[in-house]
Design a protein around this ligand. Structure first.
Ligand code: HEC
Ligand code: HEC
Ligand code: HEC
Length: 429
């Protein structure tokens, strides 16, 4: 090829590249939406604000939007992802650092499309991929609720994404690949409660965000894999579909109690990130919580426990032989609360073997509970379990966990426990 041939090819390659960049820029571009003066909070209909408060609780908004010191909606809570940490924004009505200058239109666009008022794309750590089905009137109620909160002047820390993912326009590509808004239409064969439960669970409450597995790009797996178990902040959110490893059935009554009190006496307490979900559900409208229970009991209707509650194993002698150190440590640190007959058990608390963690296909939740303990999920009255992260080393935690699984577990023995304990110490709150 002569020189002018090469030059021509080069020119074409550059032109093609420019066209691609241009097409991408057009696809990624979102205009800014003009600022407004902060609406006077007294002008919002109080009934609308109350409705918005309920929706915010169902949506668990405060969990990701509180400040480090616990100020609601002031932003700064770290959402950890494999690609870096994204901090929840300040969504109080402070015009300078919050959303006080956002019009209802800007708020709607953020919730539905994941685009900020200034036109920048937002990370899907903010679960807008679930909000396509939230109705206009519900969005109006949420807006009214947020705009009537106390304005807090506070700027969250800067995100720490691995390069080049700090470059927000790339998110337009992610959306193009993975966002498939699914409109939910009522199912006439199901009850009103079931339909309401599905609406809340699949949209605002974004239960799949933690309970579904994710792909390489953090996109949620859908279809048959929905609710098949996922990860959140170093904890494992077990399957809540036909693959639920629970050893007693999750009935409507039991789920309802679990969501409202953070404790199912037929299972266990809500620990880790599920604790804050139940904290908020306990403060939401009871009929909506009941609707969630109706829908998720149906999701788990084909789980093994839903058909048969098998007798629970107690292989105490065998486990003591297999893990003598674990047995001894358990006697010293745990038996006082967990052995049948202990005062805590008499108070109507579930027995250790009933909790799902010991029956999961990985040891993570059991390890996390031992390391971090249990913060009372719903009210200071409990249940409470102390953290053992400082009292026990990795080997000791691994020993106790191996002992407990051998004694009570129903799945294959967990391997490499010590390594998992070391990992769990670094992850999760
Ligand atoms: C799982 C955590 C999580 C939950 C739950 C959550 N958010 Fe967020 N939200 C975030 C994060 C993280 C950001 C920042 C995204 C970014 O910087 O790209 C954000 C951003 C936003 C923004 C854009 C603010 C701005 O300045 O750009 C709005 C509005 C918002 N969230 C409202 C809500 C509402 C309302 C709810 C409840 C219905 C909610 N969020 C629930 C994590 C969450
Ligand atoms: C922020 C992440 C997160 C969200 C959102 C979330 N969960 Fe969970 N969930 C978890 C984790 C982690 C566990 C395991 C904690 C434990 O063992 O106590 C769990 C446990 C559960 C359990 C107990 C399962 C068992 O067999 O013990 C149920 C039921 C459940 N979640 C239902 C829901 C529903 C319904 C929603 C939506 C309203 C939801 N979760 C939203 C993280 C989450
Ligand atoms: C001061 C009392 C107390 C002590 C000591 C204690 N726990 Fe707990 N533990 C609780 C309470 C309360 C719960 C929540 C009720 C429940 O879920 O059973 C709980 C829950 C658990 C759970 C999750 C629920 C389940 O059934 O799977 C595990 C696992 C667990 N504890 C293990 C341990 C281990 C191991 C030790 C010792 C290192 C220990 N606990 C020490 C009070 C205690």
């Amino acid at each position: 090829m002569n020189r002018s041939g090469i030059t021509r090819k080069l020119v074409w390659a550059v032109v093609a590249l420019c066209v691609c960049v241009l097409i991408f820029a057009i696809l990624a571009y979102r205009p800014a939406i003009a600022t407004v003066t902060r609406p006077d909070p007294r002008l919002f209909d109080p009934a609308l604000v109350v409705r918005g408060a309920n929706l915010a609780r169902l949506g668990n908004c405060v969990s990701c939007h509180q400040s480090a010191s616990g100020r609601p909606y002031a932003g700064g809570y770290p959402v950890k992802t494999p690609f870096g940490t994204i901090y929840g924004s300040n969504i109080t009505p402070d015009p300078a650092t919050g959303i006080g200058a956002w019009s209802p239109t800007a708020f709607r666009r953020a919730m539905r499309e994941g685009v900020g008022r200034d036109g920048s794309h937002l990370y899907p750590a903010f679960p807008y991929t679930h909000y396509a089905n939230v109705t206009e009137s519900d969005l109006g109620a949420l807006y009214a609720f947020l705009m009537t909160r106390p304005a807090v002047r506070s700027v969250p820390p800067a995100n720490t994404m691995i390069p080049p993912l700090g470059f927000r326009p790339l998110l337009a590509g992610w959306k193009l690949l993975f966002v498939r808004p699914q409109r939910i239409t009522p199912d006439a064969n199901q009850s009103a409660a079931w339909n309401r439960g599905r609406d809340i669970g699949e949209t605002l409450a974004h239960c799949t965000a933690c309970h579904s597995p994710r792909g390489l790009f953090q996109q949620e797996k859908r279809g048959a894999q929905a609710y098949d178990g996922g990860w959140s902040g170093g904890w494992y959110a077990p399957p809540i579909n036909a693959h639920s490893p629970a050893v007693q059935a999750w009935t409507v009554e039991r789920l309802d109690a679990y969501f409202r009190t953070g404790l199912s006496t037929a299972h266990a307490a809500a620990a880790g990130p599920m604790g804050s979900v139940t904290y908020n559900l306990a403060r939401a409208a009871p009929t909506d919580v009941r609707a969630l229970a109706t829908y998720y009991a149906w999701q788990m209707r084909d789980a093994p426990a839903a058909r048969l509650e098998p007798p629970l194993p107690d292989r105490q002698a065998l486990a003591s032989q297999g893990h003598p150190d674990g047995a001894q440590l358990y006697e010293g640190a745990c038996a006082v609360c967990h052995e049948p007959g202990a005062a805590m058990m008499v108070a109507g608390r579930p027995a250790l073997p009933l909790g799902t963690p010991l029956h999961e296909d990985n040891p993570r939740d059991t390890i996390q509970i031992v390391l971090k303990g249990l913060h009372p999920p719903v009210s200071p009255r409990g249940p409470y379990m102390p953290a053992f992260a400082d009292a026990l080393d990795d080997r000791q935690v691994a020993e106790i966990v191996a002992y407990l699984q051998m004694r009570h577990g129903t799945g294959p023995a967990w391997k490499n426990l010590e390594k998992d304990v070391a990992k769990a110490r670094k992850e999760g709150e």
